[in-house]
Design a protein around this ligand. Sequence first.
Ligand code: ZN
Length: 399
Amino acid sequence: MFVVRKIRLGRLPELDPLAREAGRIYSEAVIRFWRVVRRQDVWLLEKDLLRMLTNGSPKVLHSQSAQAAIQMFSAALRTWRVRRKADPAARPPKQRKKFCKVLWKGQALRLVDGCLRLPLKQGLRPLLLPWRFDLPKQVEIGWTGREYELRATYEVPVAEKEDGLIASADLGEVHPVVIGTDDFHLIINGRLLRAKRRYREKIKAKFSERIDRKKRGGVKRKKLVAAKQRKLRRIDDQIRDIEQKVTEAAITALHRRGARTLVIGDVRDLRVGYDCGKVQNQRMHQAPMGRIRNYLSYKAERRGWTVEEPQEESYTSQECPNCAHRHRPAGRRFKCPSCGFEAQRDVVGQVNILRKYRGEFGLPAPHVIGGMASPAGLRWKPHLRCSPAKPTEEAGRSA
Ligand SMILES: [Zn+2]
């Protein structure tokens, strides 16, 4: 499994010539390829295109990075050839690029004195970036639209699959996630996330209003737009940090309790045709369920869990897990009018997703369930981990 670490580099001007040369090489591949198609009706192979790189080219890039620019074009070509089968309107990669991302592959990368060494053409001084992480498998430097960004790819080991308990997750708006097994339930507290998201909207509104009052094309307007972007980016970073850390903590807790399979309720269609007024709509659309679902799945997979297809979740908030009677619960408590079973409403949803997955939904429980274990809460703390501990650290901690 691969994970990517992104690092913002700012507008380093020394990277411009690299991106420009990668763009030039990419464009040359585009021109050469389509010229041969036009004149000889032949499709050049990647190795034919790579032959373009002879003495004197590249001028600044490492030979591998130059090759990577051409490989990027052939990859775009392949993608298009696959896509056009389904979509005749798919456009072929004919666009030249003034700048292009620059790629370094494993063998070329090295760690030297706390720096990541990115080699350039022989004879030129390599780039050195302060680096406090492991050696990545691949590094690319691209432009985000306002600055350079480094993306380091790592291959992380995936744990061996084993048998264990099944956990289910119910994604929602009040609580971003309720996750658990039959007798252990974890509610991820959503108050902080909600506050951050609301604050984000506030900033957007406040800035937009001020920006609208400034003249188009003016310096003041530009400055305000930049300030708005900066603020929003900061909040987005905070939101992602919270989401990463709480999902990691949730999966870790369940892993320790023996869960090895994850079933997530399917909320993908929930937002389609959903109109509950301005306020509720905004709350709903800001709920980042897709991202949280992704985080949960990949974190579980990384530990060797089986992640099942999303489980359709209609009526899961309404059915009594004890007697299968359905009613619409009012408030946060679920109280069955038929048998008196009582539990927290979100936990009922989570348990019902589990029951649905096992095919027990719609049937009364074989034994009377007295109640459910009261859920544990999970709150974000800044020092929570965002990736699993290495086995050595884990051993150190438990010792
Ligand atoms: Zn009941």
